[in-house]
Ligand binder design. Structure first.
Ligand code: NAD
Length: 339
C-alpha cells in the first residue's frame, strides 16, 4: 500500500528538518508518495498569498500532511500561515507530547506530559483592531461551548485510548470569568462522562510554576489556544528543548503533523539544527496511518542515537559549542543506521 501525504517543507530550517524526516520515514520501508506543497513568504510573489489554495486542496485530498515551520512576520505583515491552515481545515486539536528521552539532558527524569491545545479560537481568532492608531489596540478572545466541548472531549478520549489517568483543565477563570469561566464549566461537565479518568483544574500562572517544580503531578493538560501554545514550549523545555518535541494538528478528517518549534531563521541552511522533533512528528504520522511498527522503530532508533550521544546536534551536547556536534543530515543518517 502506498500512502499519499502532503509535505510542506516550510521555510527557515523547515526544508532541512523535513528532508531529514522524509529520509528516515522512507528508510522504514513504508511506501509514501509525497505531494510537495510550498507555502510562506517565498510564494507570496508568485501567488499573491502565503497560503495558496492548492496547499489546502492537497491536504483536503490526502487527509494527512506533515509540515516544517513557516516564518510569521512579527508585528506587521501577513497573518500566520500555520494558524490559517489549522483554522481553514478545522484542525482543532493541537497534540504535543512532552516525554523524557533517556540521554537528553534535562532537569527531571521521567517527565511524561501530553498537551492538548485548542487550535482554532481563543486569542488566535485574529480579531484585532486599532482603537486609536498608535495609542490603543484591542483583541477579541473567543471561547465557545462547542469548541471547548470538543477539545476537552478529545483530551479525555486521548486519555482513555492511551491509558492516561488524569486530565487537568487549565484556565484563568478567576479573571476572565466569562470566557474561561465557560471553558472550565464545560470541562467539568465533560469530565463527568469519563468517571474512570481523574479530573482537576488549575489556574494558568499557578500551573506554570507547578510544572517547573513538580511536573510529575500532571498527565494530560487541556488548554485554550494561547495558554496551550505557551505551556507546550515550557513542557518542551522540561524534556530537552524545542529540538526534540513533536506535534500534531488533528481534526475530524484531516491531520497535519509538525514539530513544536518554529523556523529558527538564524540557522537557515546551516545543516545545524536538531531534526528529532520533525522526525518524531513523522513517527506520530505513521502511528496515525496505522503503521505502528514503523513508528516504534523510528522512536527506538531516535532514542538509541540520543542515548549514545555521539551523532547528535549541538543542542544535545553537554555544551552548545561542543566541537563533536554533528549536523542535521548526519544525525538523520545515524538514526537511519539505527533503524
Ligand atoms: P523558534 O522555535 O524558531 O526558535 C527558538 C529557538 O529554539 C531558536 O533560536 C533555537 O535556538 C531553538 N530551536 C528551534 N528549533 C530547533 C531545532 N530544531 N534544533 C535546535 N534548536 C532549535 O521560535 P522563534 O524564534 O520564536 O520563531 C521563529 C519563527 O518561527 C517566527 O516567525 C515564528 O512565527 C515561527 N514559528 C512557526 C511555527 C510553526 O510553523 N508552527 C511555530 C513557532 C514559531
Amino acid at each position: 500500500m502506498t500512502y499519499r501525504v502532503t509535505l510542506i517543507p516550510g521555510d527557515g530550517i523547515g526544508p532541512e528538518v523535513t528532508e531529514a524526516m522524509r529520509r528516515v520515514v522512507e528508510a522504514t520501508g513504508v511506501e509514501i508518495e509525497w505531494d510537495i506543497q510550498e507555502a510562506g513568504a517565498a510564494v507570496m510573489e508568485k501567488y499573491g498569498t502565503p497560503l495558496p489554495e492548492q496547499v489546502l486542496e492537497s491536504l483536503r485530498r490526502n487527509k494527512v500532511g506533515i509540515k516544517g515551520p513557516i516564518t510569521t512576520p512579527v508585528g506587521t505583515g501577513f497573518r500566520s500561515v500555520n494558524v490559517a491552515i489549522r483554522q481553514a481545515l478545522d484542525l482543532y486539536a493541537n497534540l504535543r507530547p512532552a516525554k523524557t528521552i533517556p540521554g537528553v539532558a534535562s532537569r527531571y527524569e521521567d517527565v511524561d506530559l501530553v498537551i492538548v491545545r485548542e487550535n482554532t479560537e481563543g486569542l488566535y481568532a485574529g480579531i484585532e483592531h486599532e482603537v486609536i492608531p498608535d495609542e490603543a489596540a484591542e483583541a477579541i478572545r473567543i471561547i465557545t461551548r462547542k469548541k471547548s466541548e470538543r477539545i476537552v472531549r478529545f483530551a479525555f478520549e486521548y486519555a482513555r485510548a492511551n491509558g492516561r489517568k488524569l486530565v487537568t483543565a487549565v484556565h484563568k477563570a478567576n479573571i476572565m470569568k466569562l470566557t474561561d469561566g465557560l471553558f472550565l464549566r464545560v470541562a467539568q461537565e465533560v469530565a463527568t462522562e469519563y468517571p474512570e479518568i481523574a479530573f482537576n483544574d488549575r489556574i494558568i500562572d499557578n500551573l506554570a510554576m507547578q510544572l517547573v517544580q513538580r511536573p510529575h503531578e500532571y498527565d494530560v493538560l487541556v488548554l485554550p489556544n494561547l495558554f496551550g501554545d505557551i505551556i507546550s514550549d515550557l513542557c518542551s523545555g522540561l524534556v530537552g528543548g524545542l529540538g526534540v518535541t513533536p506535534g500534531a494538528n488533528i481534526g475530524d478528517e484531516i491531520a497535519v503533523f509538525e514539530p513544536v518549534h518554529g523556523s529558527a531563521p538564524k540557522y537557515t541552511g546551516q545543516n545545524k539544527v536538531n531534526p528529532t522533533a520533525t522526525i518524531r512528528s513523522g513517527a506520530m504520522m505513521l502511528r496515525h496511518l496505522g503503521e505502528i511498527e514503523a513508528a516504534e522503530r523510528i522512536e527506538r532508533a531516535v532514542a538509541r542515537v540520543i542515548a549514545e550521544g555521539k551523532y547528535v546536534t549541538y543542542d544535545l551536547k553537554p555544551t552548545r559549542d561542543d566541537p563533536t556536534a554533528v549536523g542535521t543530515r548526519e544525525m538523520a543518517e545515524a538514526i537511519i543506521r539505527a533503524l
